[in-house]
Design a protein around this ligand. Structure first.
Ligand SMILES: C[S@@+](CC[C@H](N)C(=O)[O-])C[C@H]1O[C@@H](n2cnc3c(N)ncnc32)[C@H](O)[C@@H]1O
Length: 200
């Protein structure tokens, strides 16, 4: 299984204006990441899950997870994905810490922290985090891992990965990797990572 964890530090956790996604803490960026993670041109990536950790106002944190194998009535454009995010936020109103519920076919929402999610993933998956100073992704041997094909990639939104988050990730065994010489948009990073794994 391939998993992505986007830490969206400003993305709203309560109702937002569907016609103004950038001012909802960059839900446009979050939606593009979801689209890049689970869609192919004419198909879905059924081996992929993306978790978006929303940490903006007014009820953080909320984690919405999209499973490519189970998604139904789900379209690739930003506005339709943002509508599903709204639906999940509505379903997740009043969740208590640690609770998780189904919000739509293939979509779950939980009230959980970024740190808790990463710790959980390290038990079953090799965790990498994307950083321009990391090891070149082309030098990694994905096949030779104790977790076989389970890989998780953590990355930041337009605000990047905070220093204390980097420290947390390293303390929990995540490896810092670089995917190319230029700083890319978060949604582009997902496409590049997928492509590297597709070629393996
Ligand atoms: C739009 S970038 C963040 C830009 C932010 N202003 C900064 O300086 O960190 C979003 C995320 O994509 C990842 N990223 C972008 N380009 C990358 C690269 N060439 N190698 C590794 N990670 C990259 C990093 O995780 C980064 O936090």
């Amino acid at each position: 299984m391939k998993e992505f964890i986007l830490r969206a530090q400003k993305a709203w956790t309560t109702e937002f204006d569907i016609t103004d996604l950038p001012n909802a803490g960059r839900i446009d960026l979050v939606s593009r990441c979801i689209s890049s993670a689970v869609f192919l041109s004419n198909d879905m990536r059924r081996d992929t899950i993306i978790h978006v950790v929303l940490e903006g106002p007014k009820d953080p944190p909320k984690i919405i997870s999209f499973n490519g194998a189970e998604l139904k009535d789900f379209y690739f454009d930003e506005k339709n994905i943002a509508k599903i995010i709204l639906k999940a936020l509505e379903a997740g109103k009043g969740l208590k810490m640690g609770e998780v519920i189904d919000a739509h076919p293939g979509v779950k929402i939980s009230k959980n922290s970024f740190e808790q999610l990463v710790k959980e993933k390290t038990k079953t998956s090799k965790v990498y985090y994307l950083h321009e100073e990391g090891k070149d992704i082309r030098e990694l041997d994905f096949k030779n891992s104790k977790f076989e094909n389970n890989v998780t990639f953590v990355f930041g939104d337009y605000t990047g990965v905070p220093k204390n988050t980097e420290k947390f990730l390293e303390n929990n065994g995540a490896e810092k990797i670089n995917i190319g010489p230029l700083m890319l948009f978060a949604s582009h990073c997902i496409v590049v990572v997928h492509n590297e794994l597709d070629r393996n």
